[in-house]
Design a protein around this ligand. Structure first.
Ligand code: EPZ
Length: 416
């Protein structure tokens, strides 16, 4: 079951419900280990990354139950300070949050150095800079990050780049440190706010999450809590772009429209009709769309995770569109596969120049990363003929039941 086969030419129509946010669930599940207590986390997306993290926590001595409707109960009372198995940790980029937890709860520990992936080297120098500023001694030795954090003390940390991972990891280490920590040039993404809200529900004292200056006053102890994960703004954006690309009419439900402002604005600029309701948005194409230029930025700019789906949408819109990727240094690798479907895209460093063509043509292509995989599904939906995508395990790392949700919108898609 590692391929998707898609017949192109169908306009998506109907309603799709968005699942909990992968990039909020992963840090929040990990943050629950900061307390020797029980927590209940709802609206967990049933995706591969969550199951891998569940396995990691169980190997560390935690008890985790995940129900079919996405309610996770975690008992972290007996979690031990040991290194997660390499085979599991290497599959999950977000396993680096275990470093913040090791420093927060155990004042030190060793974690597997996370690998890069197909969108860039993905260093963690800013995470380490933050830990060292708090007084930890961090060494990387044979692929293991060894942190010794006796007596972590609050301090001021300036992030050279508003890194999501570094902002969250420093929060995880600082919430139980002595004294006050300030993170300047902090990332402002909704999942930073969600993680800070979760930590505050555990008894932490974090203010300013969602702005570029986060203040953390260290506390003695944290306790378990009950919490619900925010909707996945990237999954929502992916379905909005798919609706626009196929010329369809889709109601994307269970979202927070505020988190979608950048993609809503860009789609409207192209001439897509987007209607916002309390917790849903309706995307409808009623006229020929216009080419536009896009530039990915940290929140509240257009999310880098929507760059690949947007490029597919632009690939069949008349005129020339420029796509500039400012967050990752190698997030255009998927373009070669799109060219095999006839796309006219020239990549020059951080920019891709897209000349719209009439139609993509179906082909056999291979997913290289999570968001490229989702972009290829959109390409298959709008291409002439049949598209076969393999390596779809990437897609199921971050999208709940994508083929089922797309089929319910009328797509001709089967998983084989
Ligand atoms: C998170 O990755 C997300 N992953 C990514 O989503 C997302 O693309 C990214 O944030 C940006 O929004 C998770 O949340 C699990 P960063 P993260 O630290 O934390 C550089 C997806 O598809 N950097 O904000 O790794 C880095 O190389 C994934 O769901 C350093 O140089 O992103 C990159 O160029 C893909 N040093 C830029 O900052 C560091 O210490 C942004 O990285 C850390 C990052």
């Amino acid at each position: 079951m590692n391929k998707l086969v898609i017949e192109g030419g169908v306009k998506l129509n109907g309603e799709v419900s968005i699942s909990g946010f992968k990039n909020a669930a992963l840090p929040i599940i990990t943050a629950s280990l900061l307390a020797a207590d029980k927590s209940v986390i709802e609206n967990i997306p049933l995706i591969k990354d969550v199951y891998i993290l569940k396995n990691i926590i169980e190997t560390l001595g935690g008890k985790v139950h995940l129900s079919d409707d996405g309610v996770m109960t975690i008992d972290a009372t007996n979690v031990e300070n040991k290194t997660a198995p390499y085979e599991l940790a290497k599959q999950l980029r977000a396993s680096y949050y275990l470093a913040g937890v090791a420093l927060g709860r155990f004042k030190g520990g060793s974690i597997v150095y996370p690998g890069g992936c197909d969108i860039g080297a993905r260093p963690i120098d800013l995470h380490i800079k933050g830990f060292e500023a708090l007084g930890a001694d961090v060494k990387i030795d044979h692929g293991i990050i060894k942190c010794n954090g006796e007596g972590l003390k609050g301090t001021n940390i300036y992030l050279d780049f508003a890194s999501v991972g570094a902002t969250i990891n420093i929060m995880l280490a600082a919430v139980l440190a002595k004294g006050n920590t300030i993170i300047e040039n902090a990332a402002k993404e909704p999942h930073i706010v969600d993680t800070a809200n979760f930590l505050n529900s555990m008894g932490a004292n974090i203010r300013g999450a969602g702005t570029d200056l986060i203040k953390i006053s260290g506390v003695e102890k944290l306790h378990g809590c009950t919490y619900s994960i925010i909707p996945d703004m990237i999954e929502a954006g992916t379905y909005m772009v798919a609706a626009a690309a196929t010329g369809g009419d889709v109601l994307v439900k269970d979202v927070i429209p505020k988190h979608l402002e950048a993609v809503i604005a860009k789609l409207r600029e192209m001439g897509v009709e987007v209607r916002e309701y309390d917790n849903s948005v309706r995307v409808r194409v009623t006229r020929n769309l216009k080419n536009v230029n896009i530039k990915t930025l940290t929140y509240p700019g257009l999310a880098t995770d929507l760059q690949q789906p947007m490029a597919v949408l632009l690939s069949t819109i008349k005129g020339t569109s420029m796509v500039t990727e400012t967050v990752f240094e190698a997030r255009f690798k998927y373009v070669d596969e799109l060219k095999r479907m006839g796309a006219n895209i020239k990549v020059d460093g951080k920019t891709a120049v897209i000349k719209g063509i009439d139609k993509l043509s179906g082909a056999k292509i291979s997913a290289t990363d999570l968001r490229a995989g989702a972009a290829f599904v959109i390409a298959g939906l709008i291409a002439e003929g049949t598209t076969e995508i393999d390596n779809i395990q990437h897609i199921y790392r971050g999208y709940v039941s994508m083929e089922t949700k797309m089929k319910n919108l009328g797509a001709k898609i089967v998983r084989i």
